[in-house]
Structure formats: structure tokens, C-alpha cells
Design a protein around this ligand. Structure first.
Ligand SMILES: Nc1ncnc2c1ncn2[C@@H]1O[C@H](COP(=O)(O)OP(=O)(O)O)[C@@H](O)[C@H]1O
Ligand SMILES: [Mg+2]
Length: 240
């Protein structure tokens, strides 16, 4: 029997290069990267500090633009968009989880989760219902009127996960989401993130230094000297 045709990837990088000029010399961070990510996949991105992991996330979210190559997300080429179009793309299509949580300190827990909904035009009771449902799922509905500085690191990251999912973006980008948490909290937050991302069928690109964190991913990619190398284990699984 013929294998089923694979669906169009959610994300495709074609010949993507990116570098920075420093003291007159070009320092190449990404060198001619070709890779595709399917809808529903969780991908762990590993590599030593300075290897270009955050640069890759910034390119996929349209925060930054490549020097060469194309990045296509959900059929749209990011390099063909102007900055305003990329901002709208990011607001609608991407949810972010950061190492240092990045909650807005002057907004309550509920208001933080409402933010991406409001930015996408969902307001009032419907927005409140979505936000409260998500807070329920991350176990923090009782803290909805608290301010972020009253919460522990693990609690703040659970709020950030609710915020990343609130507007139901197809893509979650997580940059060392457990990098600032102790190991028990890390395991709990990771399990929650993994469960919610899979439940909702989202694609997640997650930067991590931890093999334990990478173990939940469907594919593990390493950035080495500007090139992406896939773990033999997950590369062979992808061929099946
Ligand atoms: N805006 C920038 N200007 C100059 N160099 C940068 C800039 N952003 C990143 N770099 C450099 O690019 C390389 C990759 O950075 P980054 O993607 O942040 O690495 P990682 O997230 O893997 O630690 C580093 O050498 C860093 O110094
Ligand atoms: Mg980084």
C-alpha cells in the first residue's frame, strides 16, 4: 500500500541564512538551513549557548528577517511581508513562552491571559470565558485577581502557558521554558505544556538544554556551526 500523502508542513525553511556584522566581519549564525515542521509536531531545538537557537525562533516568528532564503508558515512567505504584516502574523499565529515568563507586571493574572485575545479582537464575556477556562486547566483560576509578582516561578510559567494558548495560535514557540525552574517544578510545567499543546493539536518549537525536556519532543534537532542536525533516533522515526 502506498503511504498516505504527507500534509503540507506548517513551517518550511528554504535555504535560510542569517549572520551579524561585528567589527566589520560577518559572523554567520545560520547557514543555508532547510527544514520543515508538520502540524501537530513538537520539536526540541538544542545547541550550545550562542549557536543560534533564539535567532531561529525569531526568524520563524517574523521578529527578525533572514539574509537569504524563505520562511513559509501556513502557506504565507514571511520574507514577502512588510513589518506591519509580520506583526499581525505573529499576533494571530504565534504563542510565546519565555524562560523568564515575561508576564506584564501591572496586569492581573486574568488580564495577562486576556491580552492576546483582546489584541486579536476577542473581548468581553467570550474572552473572559476562554481565559478562565485556560486558567482552570493550568490550575490557577483561584489566583486570577493576583499580580504576577505574588506568584512563584512555576505559577508564573503556568500563566504564561495559558497566555500563549489563549488566542489559539497554531504555533507555540518556547525558548527554554523550564530554564528558570527547579527540577520538580520544571517536570510539572513541562508535562502541562506538553499535554495542552498536544490536546489542542498545536505545533511547538521548543528550545532546551535539557535532555529530559527534549525527551517529550517528537523530533530533536541540534544546531551546530550554523547547521541543523537531527537526532538519529527521531530522524529514523520520522521516516516510518
Ligand atoms: N542582534 C544581534 N546583533 C549581533 N549579534 C547577535 C544578535 N543577536 C544574536 N547575535 C549573535 O548571534 C549568535 C546566536 O545568538 P542566539 O540565537 O541568541 O543564540 P542561542 O539562543 O543559541 O544562545 C550569538 O553569537 C549572538 O551573539
Ligand atoms: Mg537563546
Amino acid at each position: 500500500m502506498l503511504p498516505a500523502p504527507s500534509p503540507a508542513p506548517l513551517i518550511a525553511l528554504h535555504g535560510v541564512s542569517k549572520g551579524y556584522h561585528e567589527a566589520g566581519t560577518l559572523h554567520t549564525v545560520l547557514h543555508n538551513v532547510d527544514v520543515t515542521f508538520a502540524t501537530g509536531e513538537t520539536i526540541a531545538l538544542m545547541g550550545k549557548s550562542g549557536s543560534g537557537k533564539s535567532t531561529l525562533l525569531n526568524l520563524v516568528s517574523g521578529i527578525d528577517t533572514p539574509d537569504a532564503g524563505d520562511i513559509v508558515v501556513a502557506g504565507a512567505s514571511l520574507v514577502q511581508m512588510n513589518e506591519q504584516q509580520r506583526t499581525l502574523f505573529r499576533r494571530r499565529m504565534v504563542g510565546f513562552v519565555f524562560q523568564f515568563f515575561n508576564l506584564v507586571p501591572t496586569l492581573t493574572v486574568l488580564e495577562n491571559v486576556l491580552l492576546p485575545l483582546e489584541l486579536n479582537g476577542t473581548t468581553g464575556a467570550p474572552a473572559r470565558q476562554i481565559a478562565l477556562d485556560l486558567l482552570e486547566q493550568v490550575g490557577l483560576a483561584p489566583r486570577r485577581t493576583a499580580y504576577p509578582d505574588r506568584l512563584s516561578g512555576g505559577e508564573q510559567q503556568r500563566i504564561a502557558i495559558a497566555r500563549a494558548l489563549a488566542h489559539s495560535p497554531p504555533l507555540i514557540l518556547a525558548d527554554e521554558p523550564t530554564g528558570n525552574l527547579d527540577s520538580d517544578t520544571s517536570a510539572h510545567v513541562l508535562a502541562l505544556l506538553d499535554r495542552l499543546v498536544r490536546q489542542t493539536g498545536k505545533t511547538m518549537l521548543m528550545v532546551t538544554h535539557s535532555p529530559d525536556v527534549a525527551a517529550v519532543a517528537d523530533r530533536v534537532l541540534h544546531l551546530r556551526e550554523g547547521r541543523l542536525v537531527e537526532d538519529a533516533r527521531t530522524a529514523s522515526a520520522a521516516l516510518r
